[in-house]
Design a protein around this ligand. Structure first.
Ligand code: MIG
Length: 763
């Protein structure tokens, strides 16, 4: 094995916006993307290649000084000090405080094709991030591998899972930094797990030491920078935020319709039905089973009449079968992955022997995208991408398999994202101005631009429910906001208690989908007895009540990258308690709702409330933050708390997002002694017109000093579907008069119809 450690700098030159430093072993290139983002790429064989993740160009000013053994790159936000002998890369705040430094001994090094960076570990350093990874919120003392895997039957410590997000945030000395290692090869991260607490290290089996260093001094700002660099999501179709019912599989159109009808009959709100693999003819993608789904158009029309949308699954594997359209076309045009001699690669998956589209090619993506007419013609609007790690029976797709010039070793971690991209771009084209809903299992950094994700095949036990929440919270740090877990647990049968509890947590999951493996007991809300059904129904109703708040929270994700489900480490970074394993599953749902997951076997919750005042949602009881509390947590009442000062718009219970409702936007304000504001956002929930200004946006604020609530003038050209506003005030003293937009409200039940159409104020 050839081992080399990056040695001394040789020539140093600035070429346009890049600084190039050569050594005997390699070349380092440095770009400034923005004042708080510096890219370093150390390569033995540099090629100008595009990134799958990054959508920005280096646009920052590069200020370089050289003195003695140091080259210093300075921006308004940070400094990169490069030591010349040996070449080491050390990052500091603008004031010169250490953010992260190379290990002076080993820095960047190679062992054959493998490239690694060893960095100094700081005594109090914590790490969060890496997306869909098991283990604790604070990843200090853990190590991970990125190698997208069909992790069926995985336990709560399994690694790797389905996705690759090589981005983490380091926290120490009251400072923050981020590091995105943009390398698609199998990669490794060790946060002081196996290095005697002296170093952390990360690396990959091939490719360049290519990373982006983020120097912003807050976690929200680093997330904003990371999502500036890798892109943000678009507004999801509103229907995808409703309750989603899935199963592997509803076996016929009749069964799908039956389930949908039952939601309406039982008056349990729902928006989405799914077809898993059995809707197809012999698992051939873009076909329908002629017997069991004889009239997809008719079925979808009936679903539509009941205000349901349909999502269908597609896998990448194309069945080897002459006469099957996608096979014939793919073979004729050489669209599939091959061996080096040009033979199409074959592996077995659900359809039997399959070929795999080369989604790295634009023409293949276009072809794939067009094939969706088989689903969109009858009326499908949601597209579920499974098995795209890619998965095949046996799992170890041979190293010799290639996609164009790209071998499996480099392609694997990004294959799923490129499939989701092809699906998104294709269906978006077909659907015209309508937003498609795309859901993918495998992903790489940047996937938020194309797709929602779910966390794959979890299991029906409590530890998995808690893990699922950590996965959602962690995915949020890496740019993903529209995330689901299989509510109830995919593998195995949940107890009724677990089903009820998990459903109550699902209310506070960005994507709320109940799903189950074949062979398990039925999972729909009415399968658990009348008493449990009533709890499940009530919880789902709560989800629908909160949709105006949730939709506005997604708007925030589109604007700033701030996820909907937020680990407390995002907003309470400096509070040690949020990393305590007892409290690490807690999260904020949007700006103001704190949720504390509780196992189905426990009926009290141990909750840590960060600084400030909090109200329990169910009881209105007020708590002082900055301490742990124990609260009752029966299955009917998950511990959910509202931050003092919160402004949460809600609506009446509707049976689906297609229903108009009573036209009242219920603006809930919980009294707090600090001023607060909330950006309320609404659009048609379905089209891209919002990108042309067709939205309705207004700021709602509360000023405790003036005891005044202000609703700003609405921006945008959309007409709100609510024609009245009802203010509901929690924790206010009725004795003290309240002002709304400058006018004093004297009586307790105030009613007027001014510019703001405020009909009532209720304490
Ligand atoms: O080999 O389509 O994770 O959600 O129900 C299993 C059948 C394939 C795995 C997915 C799961 C889905 C199942 N799929």
């Amino acid at each position: 094995m050839q081992t080399e450690i990056l040695g001394n700098a040789g020539s140093i030159k600035q070429q346009g916006n890049v600084l190039i430093i050569k050594s005997r072993e390699a070349e380092a290139r440095i770009w400034v993307y923005s004042p708080s983002i510096i890219r370093v790429c150390i390569s033995r064989d540099y090629k100008e290649e595009g990134s799958f993740a990054v959508i920005q160009e280096p646009a920052g000013k590069m200020d370089i000084t050289e003195s003695g053994n140091e080259i210093v790159v300075t921006t308004s936000a940070m400094q990169l000090r490069i030591s010349k002998s040996p070449l080491r890369f050390n990052f500091y705040t603008a004031e010169g405080k250490v953010l992260s430094e190379d290990d002076p001994r080993f820095g960047v090094n190679w062992q054959d094709a493998r490239v690694t960076n060893y960095r100094k570990l700081i005594a109090d350093e914590k790490f969060i991030g890496l997306g869909e990874k098991t283990g604790n919120l604070n990843r200090r003392g853990s190590s991970y591998v990125n190698w997208n895997t069909d992790a069926a039957l995985h336990d709560v410590n399994a690694d790797p899972l389905y996705k690759t997000f090589p981005f983490f945030i380091g926290l120490h000395s009251g400072l923050t930094y981020g590091l995105f290692f943009d390398n698609t090869h199998r990669s490794y991260f060790d946060f002081g797990a196996t290095t005697d607490e002296k170093m952390s290290w990360f690396g990959a089996d091939g490719g360049d030491m290519n990373y982006y260093f983020f120097g912003a001094q807050s976690v929200p700002q680093i997330i904003e920078d990371y999502t500036w660099l890798t892109g943000r999501m678009e507004m999801p179709p509103l229907w995808s935020l409703g309750y989603q019912q899935c199963r592997w599989s509803y076996m016929s159109a009749d069964e799908v319709l039956d389930i949908a009808e039952n939601f309406r009959k039982e008056k349990i709100p729902a928006d989405v039905m799914y077809c898993d693999i059995d809707y197809m003819d012999e698992y051939k993608i873009f076909t329908w089973n002629k017997k069991t789904f004889a009239d997809p158009k008719g079925m979808i029309a009936k679903l539509k009449a009941m205000d349901f949308k349909l999502v269908t699954i597609v896998d990448p594997g194309i069945k080897v079968e002459k006469g099957y359209k996608q096979y014939d076309e793919g073979v004729a045009k050489n669209y599939f992955a091959t061996y080096p001699n040009g033979e199409n690669y074959v592996a077995n998956v659900w359809p039997g022997r399959c070929h795999f589209p080369d989604f790295f090619r634009a023409d293949v993506r276009e072809w794939w995208g067009k094939s969706f007419t088989a689903l969109t013609d009858p009326g499908v609007e949601g597209f579920w991408n499974d098995m795209n790690e890619p998965a095949a029976w046996g799992q170890n797709i041979p190293w010799l398999v290639k996609f164009g010039d790209r071998y499996m070793s480099e392609a694997r971690n990004v294959y799923g994202m490129e499939m989701a991209r092809a699906t998104y771009e294709g269906t978006k084209k077909i659907l015209g101005n309508k937003r498609p809903f795309v859901l993918t299992r495998a992903a790489y950094s940047g996937a938020q631009r194309y797709s929602a994700v779910w966390t794959g095949d979890n299991s029906a036990y409590d530890a998995h429910m808690l893990l699922g929440q950590r996965l959602v919270n962690s995915l949020g740090i890496t740019g993903m906001s529209m995330i689901g877990v299989d509510i109830g647990g995919f593998t195995g049968d949940p107890t009724p208690e677990l089903m009820v509890r998990w459903n109550s947590l699902g209310v506070y999951t960005p994507m709320f989908r109940n799903h189950a493996q074949e062979g398990t007991i039925m999972r729909e809300p009415w399968c658990w007895g009348k008493k449990n059904q009533a709890i499940i129904k009530k919880d789902i109703e709560q989800r629908y009540r909160m949709l105006p708040y949730l939709y506005s929270s997604f708007y925030q994700s589109c604007q700033t990258g701030m996820p909907v489900s937020r680990t407390l480490a995002i907003n309470y970074t400096g509070d040690e308690n949020v990393y305590d394993v007892k409290y690490q599953n807690q999260f904020l749902f949007g700006d103001a709702i704190l949720v504390s997951p509780v196992e189905s076997t426990k009926f009290t919750g141990e909750v840590y409330l960060p600084e400030g005042d909090w109200y329990r949602l169910s009881t209105g009881e007020k708590f002082k933050g900055g301490k742990a509390i124990t609260v009752p947590a029966p299955l009917t009442d998950l511990p959910v708390f509202i931050k003092a000062g919160a402004i949460i718009p809600m609506q009446n219970v509707i049976q689906s997002t297609a229903e108009k409702g009573d036209g009242i936007l219920e603006v809930n304000v919980w009294y707090g002694d600090k001023a607060n504001s909330f950006v309320y956002y609404e659009d048609d929930g379905a089209s891209y017109d919002y990108q042309k200004g067709v939205y309705y946006k207004r700021e709602i604020s509360f000023d405790p000093e003036k005891h005044e609530i202000t609703l700003s003038k609405a921006e945008g050209s959309f007409t709100s579907k609510y024609d009245r506003v009802k203010l509901v005030l929690h924790g206010f003293k009725a004795s003290k008069s309240i002002r709304v937009n400058g006018k004093e409200l004297k009586s307790k039940d105030f009613s007027f119809d001014n510019d703001n159409h405020i009909i009532a104020v209720i304490y």
